[in-house]
Design a protein around this ligand. Structure first.
Ligand code: UDP
Ligand code: MG
Length: 335
């Protein structure tokens, strides 16, 4: 695993998947905010296998500002968290800010995160003060999941889905050392932080493009979070199993006695079926949950690369302006 030496103050990490409509305005706003800080910085984009023009646009950004913009090109779509992970492995900053390409969290709020970092917090989390997304499709399910996650894991963050966060370099190095193939960056960061804090941030509706998360993807990342940080789903099933076994043991005893004393019975057949169907469905859910854990163990055991990098566009460290020592168009395939 690569670890770059620390050579700039700030690294901004942005995962990109089919965001051609957002990128130009992101570039303008983000570089303006970073320039205004008056400190050295870099912006790392990971192109997560976009099928639109994102790749060309990002290459053009690198051309415009080779000393500030680095681009990691994935060899396919490996998901938002892996895109962040690849950038985290290569950051050169003392403090790392992660944000989405769609600017639903305005880049102008980066100084707010940095101000908290400067107060000594190595993890500055955030929650969306007022979320501007579809209520029934995104906000409500997210609220419910936040509640369940709060109850079954020891991750005490208000808003797991808000990725707009700042991390100290030590925390990022610890995150990249966890070589899990399905994980949740914000939760890992919280786990490793020594002095975490949270602040409220603005959230606006997506101006361009559309959300990359359909229901299936949302369910998948939710399982990543639960299986990665809690054994509670397994415990719940074990406890429920014991409980039902005890009850059915009593029922068998009662039915035996009844049969000996009163005789055979044939009524209540459909009630029995209803119970049976319910228990079968619970058992199938249980197998599914065990499968989620086993599948993740299998992924780790296979030991395949978590993501594949096709190309990295970057300058050698320490080159803030266009310089002679170039390390452009390095072609690599690695995890
Ligand atoms: N993203 C990614 N890979 C994916 C899905 C999303 O890199 O497979 C990026 C996307 O380009 C964006 C960020 O992750 O920068 C958040 O995605 P999105 O805005 O679609 O999520 P939402 O805000 O709807 O939760
Ligand atoms: Mg978004």
């Amino acid at each position: 695993m690569i670890k770059e030496p620390q050579s700039v103050y700030l690294s901004v990490v942005v995962p990109v998947y089919n965001e051609e409509a957002c990128l130009e305005s992101l570039y303008t706003r983000l570089t303006a905010v970073c320039d205004k800080l008056g400190k050295s910085y870099e912006i790392l984009f990971t192109n997560d296998g976009s099928r639109d023009r994102s790749s060309e646009i990002l290459a053009d950004f690198h051309k415009r500002r080779p000393g500030h913009i680095r681009v990691i090109e994935f060899n396919g779509n490996f998901g938002q968290h892996m895109a962040i992970m690849a950038a985290f492995e290569r950051v050169r900053g003392e403090v790392i800010v992660n944000m989405d390409a769609d600017m639903q969290n305005p880049p102008e709020e980066i100084p707010k995160l940095l101000a908290e970092y400067e107060k000594g917090h190595d993890y500055v989390g955030s929650y969306r003060k007022e979320r501007d997304d579809s209520y029934f499709l995104r906000s409500l399910p997210s609220k419910v999941l936040n509640k369940i996650r709060g109850a079954v894991t020891d991750i005490h963050i208000k808003d797991q889905g808000c990725m707009f966060r700042a991390y100290g370099r030590r925390v990022v190095d610890l995150i990249t050392q966890s070589e899990e193939s399905s994980t949740f960056v914000t939760a890992l960061g919280y786990k490793f932080a020594a002095n975490p804090t949270e602040i409220g941030v603005e959230h606006v509706a997506r101006a361009e493009g559309e959300s990359k998360y359909d229901l299936y993807r949302l369910v998948r990342v939710t399982f990543d979070l639960f299986t990665g940080f809690s054994m509670a789903p397994l415990h719940v099933f074990t406890v429920f199993g014991f409980f039902v076994s005890a009850l059915s043991g009593c029922l068998v005893g009662y039915m035996l006695l009844r049969r000996l004393i009163i005789g055979p019975e044939a009524q209540g057949l459909f009630t029995l079926f209803a119970f049976l169907f319910f228990l079968v469905s619970v058992a199938i859910t249980g197998i599914g949950i065990v499968g989620e854990y086993v599948g993740r163990i299998y992924e780790v055991v296979r030991h395949r690369p978590r993501f594949l990098i096709r190309e990295i566009l970057e300058e050698a460290p320490g080159t803030q302006a266009p310089a002679a020592s170039k390390r452009k168009k390095t072609t690599k395939v690695e995890s």
